[in-house]
Design a binder for this molecule. Sequence first.
Ligand code: G16
Ligand code: BGC
Length: 507
Amino acid sequence: MSLSAHLVAQDSSWRQRSELAALADLPPQLDSELERLDKEFWVSAEKLKEVVNRFREELDEGLQENGRNIPMNITWVHSLPSGNERGTFLTLDLGGTNLRVCKVTLHGQEPPNPTNSPSPGQKFSLEQEQYKLPDHIKSSTAEELWTHIADKLSTFLSSKGLDKEYTKEKPMPLGFTFSYPATQDAINHAVLQTWTKGFDIKGVEGHDVAAQLREKMAARNLPLELICVINDTVGAMIASAYNDPETIIGAIFGTGCNAAYMSSLSSIAKLSPSDPRLKSSSSSGGKTTGKMAINCEYGAFDNAHAVLPRTAYDAQIDAASPRPGEQSFEKLSAGLYLGEIFRLVLLDLADRGLVFKDRDVGRLRQPYTIDTSFLSQIEDDESAGFAQSRQMCRETLGFDLADGEVELTRRLAELIAVRGARLCACGVAAICTKEGITRGHVAADGSVANKHPKFKRRWARALGEILDWDRREGEEDPIVITSAEDGSGVGCAIIAAMEMERRGRRA
Ligand code: G16
Ligand code: BGC
């Protein structure tokens, strides 16, 4: 039997589908709860296909006109890199959890100098600092955000001696990876549409983040010139394409979820061929490559709640979020939310007297106390009697779990992560079917893709079910996930290099 036929046969119940070894029989009440949860969280192949059909429509609508649900943002990145891009750049990355500043040197095709390239053959060298974004910043003000960022830029510049090397007259080129939905009139301009990933910083939505950053840098006399603002998905795609010509899509499966791909200009009805912005952003003489990178921002898919299999727990997360009604797809599938869904289910079972009786569930009541990495660790636990999972629960929740409860939490972690991975395949499947892409590499980054032990396999399996692949053991799939090589650092630097080249300048 082929792998896909085998999988269809698995479309029955969690008992057949689960990859986890059994620890204990569940008490009958918990067993029937798990049956219910399985029905709510399992997304069949048929449902995945229905989701993808609607997804395709929403992607198309976003290309037709502004203001549609999936924004399909124009990025002014006209081509994949040639692989020859060179120069030294500073990059700044504002993702969901970290702020990163990197000095990136692109070597192009030139053999790297062994003294500054730690791995021979690598086409870039990189020095970076990562700063955890303080929680209070996420709900602060534009002033606090940009002050914090300018502080880190300034610290980095002086720690690397770059404040001596560059001046206001001869500034260091800067690329900014801003991983939030933004409309761009040019590559060095980006108006934030709405905060996502739980951010709620006042005074930024509706404003050009490039201008806000530039103003703060000028006030600090930082010797930097902002060349481009990009999305992390575009960075992932471009960084990967620098080395890998099979790259078709850049995708992030992390705190948030999203993807970018190269669209032909003729498919972007909302961008007229005579748009003056096209002329000024394309290469000399106003010639275009006929292509444009599109940052889909598909975390917003199905905000109308027409097709996604939402549970009461998903509705609770949405209602308590800073932007209810937004990022519906992301709230079911991305890293910020998986741990929270898990917490809400456990709390519901506790409140109904089905688990954790006679124990203080105070910690479980606190929103976002359970990180998504908790789910990966539970699924990864092969210790005797699942001692590691027990220990983690004790540390996080503050009490011990009985065998049946440990068993339930393991099954639940699996159900939620499997649903997330299967839904994640829908976004990429929608782009591929819409664009007629049948082969290639999806350059992926983000904590879920990189840290969840089973994500990539589950994602691939679901993609195969949607696209009706006849998957066979040992054969490579036509579309595979590859690891994006540091999109927000290297990818952003490459885009800055391409932009400077277009302007006839060298970094
Ligand atoms: C990497 C990329 C970021 C991206 C992030 C997404 O960062 O460099 O541009 O936003 O992945 O993943 P997550 O949302 O899980 O942080 P990092 O710092 O996670 O390697
Ligand atoms: C943001 C996207 C980003 C994605 C992954 C989403 O919440 O809106 O811009 O690409 O997260 O970081």
